[in-house]
Design a protein around this ligand. Structure first.
Ligand code: HAM
Length: 419
């Protein structure tokens, strides 16, 4: 029996994993510029955290969660996103208090039972951040600025930032009613399942990909008319700051997002280099979530960015970085003398990345392996070399070979690599 990775998952193989490391390293560096600190939360949480946090009627909660009962009869769920767990941990560990701003970032797998396709997986990975304790538009702008900086740092140039405001709870309640009123004829024509879905979450009709729904909603009322003055001012100030940051953006009145916790600001960054799954990231403000899951009223805002999608966008733009050689040198060891092992140990201690043949096969075989390994140098140690007190260091691309004293080998290779 040949086992396969489960549908919607993928192995991240050597070569690719270096790109992941580079992308994660870059994310950490950008987060540090704004004072975000890393949080790592468990892979699973109590199911109720997500039901309450993301919204009982959202597609993620009703259809996509990996939920199971453990042997103690508890209902647990593999995290479908990082915000609710980060906020749970923030509350449980008292990471902030009244008037205090807390900045957290994370790099995490997420699990959603979705139909797999290009850019959509059942185990996907996100980089994300949460800015907790500030209700200002400046906080939203900081999150967006950091997000765009990361993409620019990675070399993703083709970006569209879409922003919208969803207002606060009251305005949304009134708007939902207006939408349902407007959509009544459409709802009558839909399947039971679709009708129930849209009735519990009418805003999703606005960004539906179904052409029937799109056509029916073309003239739907917009939320703008229902927006409270406070949300309107917040949004205007955000747009003003985005303008001063030099960020190009589009106001998209139909951007609603799939999770229920959003209030006021929502945004996505899209890439024309991705296909149907064109959202590189998504985020926004969620001023009610913390209270919803048992904390004091605390405003917050954040974003999560798909790692696979960032890599797909880079690949489509031909901007993926080259992967580095797995080692600086391949040591061809032709002696059983312990002195040879001491040389190797010493070179590694001084930072030389060394490959060897653990089988210590013939000189010919080891040379062949050195050529195939991708390492730029081969260093030969046999009994003769030990006697003379020097190793043969060969640059494989040019064939140039030198006798080098063991204590000078690392320096010799390093300066050649830097040249
Ligand atoms: P989200 O829009 O559900 O938001 O996901 C954010 C990003 O994660 C998406 O734009 C996409 O790049 C990536 N992503 C999500 N699901 C998949 C999947 N099945 N396959 C591949 N990539 C995927 C959230 O998760 C919120 N927690 C974001 C947030 C943080 N809002 C406030 N703070």
């Amino acid at each position: 029996m040949q086992y396969k990775a489960p549908r919607g998952t993928q192995d991240i193989l050597p070569g690719d994993s270096e790109r992941w490391q580079w992308l994660e390293r870059t994310f950490r560096e950008v987060c540090a510029l704004y004072g975000y600190q890393e949080i790592r939360t468990p892979i699973f949480e109590q199911t109720e955290l997500f039901q309450r946090g993301l919204g009982e009627a959202t597609e993620v909660v009703t259809k996509e969660m990996y939920t199971f009962e453990d042997r103690g009869g508890r209902s647990l769920t593999l995290k479908p996103e990082g915000t609710a767990p980060a906020i749970r941990a923030y509350l449980e560990n008292h990471l902030g208090g009244p008037g205090q701003v807390t900045r957290l970032y994370y790099i995490t797998p997420i699990f959603r039972y979705e139909r797999p396709q290009a850019g959509r997986y059942r185990q996907a990975h996100q980089t994300g951040l949460e800015l907790i304790g500030s209700g200002s538009p400046e906080a939203d702008a900081e999150v967006i600025d950091l997000t765009l900086r990361w993409y620019r740092q990675l070399g993703i140039q083709q970006l569209t930032l879409k922003v919208n405001t969803l207002g606060m709870r009251d305005c949304r309640t009134r708007y939902r009613e207006a939408l349902l009123d407007y959509a009544r004829p459409l709802l009558r024509d839909l399947s039971d399942e679709e009708r129930v879905r849209f009735e519990s979450n009418p805003l999703r009709m606005l960004d539906s990909k179904d052409p029937r729904v799109q056509a029916a909603m073309a003239e739907a009322p917009t939320l703008e008319a229902f927006l409270e003055a406070e949300s309107q001012e917040h949004f205007e100030r955000l747009l003003e700051i985005l303008g001063t940051l030099g960020a190009e953006f589009e106001v998209d009145r139909r951007l609603v997002r799939g999770l229920d916790y959003y209030t006021k600001t929502v945004f996505e960054v899209q890439s024309p280099d991705l296909g149907a799954q064109n959202a590189l990231c998504g985020g926004g403000r969620y001023d009610n979530l913390i209270q919803e899951i048992g904390g004091p009223p605390t405003p917050a805002t954040g974003v999560a960015m798909g790692i696979e999608r960032a890599l797909l966008a880079l690949e489509a733009a031909g901007a993926l970085p080259e992967t580095a050689a797995p080692a600086d040198a391949f040591a061809i060891v032709l002696t059983k003398s312990p002195e040879a092992e001491r040389w190797l140990a010493d070179w590694r201690s001084r930072g030389l990345r060394l490959l060897t043949d653990p089988e210590r096969r013939s000189a010919k075989s080891q040379f062949r392996q050195a050529d195939k390994s991708g390492a730029p140098f081969a260093v030969t140690i046999g009994d003769e070399e030990l006697e003379r007190g020097s190793a043969k260091v060969k640059q494989l691309s040019t064939g140039e070979e030198r006798e080098v004293a063991p204590e000078a080998v690392v320096e010799h290779i390093r300066s050649a690599l830097e040249a």
